[in-house]
Design a protein around this ligand. Sequence first.
Ligand code: SF4
Ligand code: SF4
Length: 203
Amino acid sequence: MCSLCIRVCKELQGKSALEINNEGYISRKTIYSDTNSHIFECEDCGNCIAVCPTGALAPKWYTEEYAKMEEVRSIKTTCPYCGVGCQLELIVQNQQIIDVKPVKVLPNNGLLCVKGRFGYKFVNHPDRLKTPLIKKNGEFVEATWEEAFSLIIEKANQIKKQYGSQAFGGLSSAKCTNEENYLFQKLMRAGFGTNNIDHCARL
Ligand code: SF4
Ligand code: SF4
C-alpha cells in the first residue's frame, strides 16, 4: 500500500492503470476499473513491479527462478532494441538471463518499455538458431561458419559475374550496434559494389 506502483504508472508512465479501491483497513490496490479508455490500459512495461520495494508485485516466474539466489549475478548493459539506449541490469543465473531491471541513470532514469523489460526470453530459447544452416537436397542441415562463408562467397561471385553488382541488396537490423551497421553498409558498398542498402528502423 505504499502506492509507488500507482504513482510510477500515473506520473512517469502516463497510464493510470492501477488505483486503490476502498478506504482504511480494507483498501486494496487494484487495476483501474474503467476499461473503456485507452489512458487506463496497462502497457505491460513492468515499471510498477520494478519500483515495488516489498515483492508484493513481481513477475510470476520469480518464485521458481530466484529459488537459488546464491548463483545470481547482475551485469549492467544497454538495451539493444532501439536507439534510446536505456540502461539496464541483466540478472544472470547459470549463464542464463532470468530477469532485467532498469537502472536509474539517463536516458531512462529507472524506466523501461515492455521490450527492454521482458523481451529477453529469445536469448536462451531452444528454437534459436546458433549455427548456420545450409540447404542440402531440399533440407536445412547444420554447417560450420567456414562452410557458410565459403558458400556465400562462391554464390555471390557467381551472381556478380552473371548479373552485376546491382543484383544485390542488403537489409540490416536495428538490433545490431551502430558499429555493426556501419560495417554492414561498408561491406555492401565496398565489397558487393552496390548502394542497395536499407535498415528496418526506417520503416
Ligand atoms: S505495467 Fe506499466 S502500464 Fe501496466 S500497471 Fe504497471 S506501470 Fe502501469
Ligand atoms: S527499453 Fe524500450 S525505449 Fe528503452 S532502449 Fe529498450 S526498446 Fe528502447
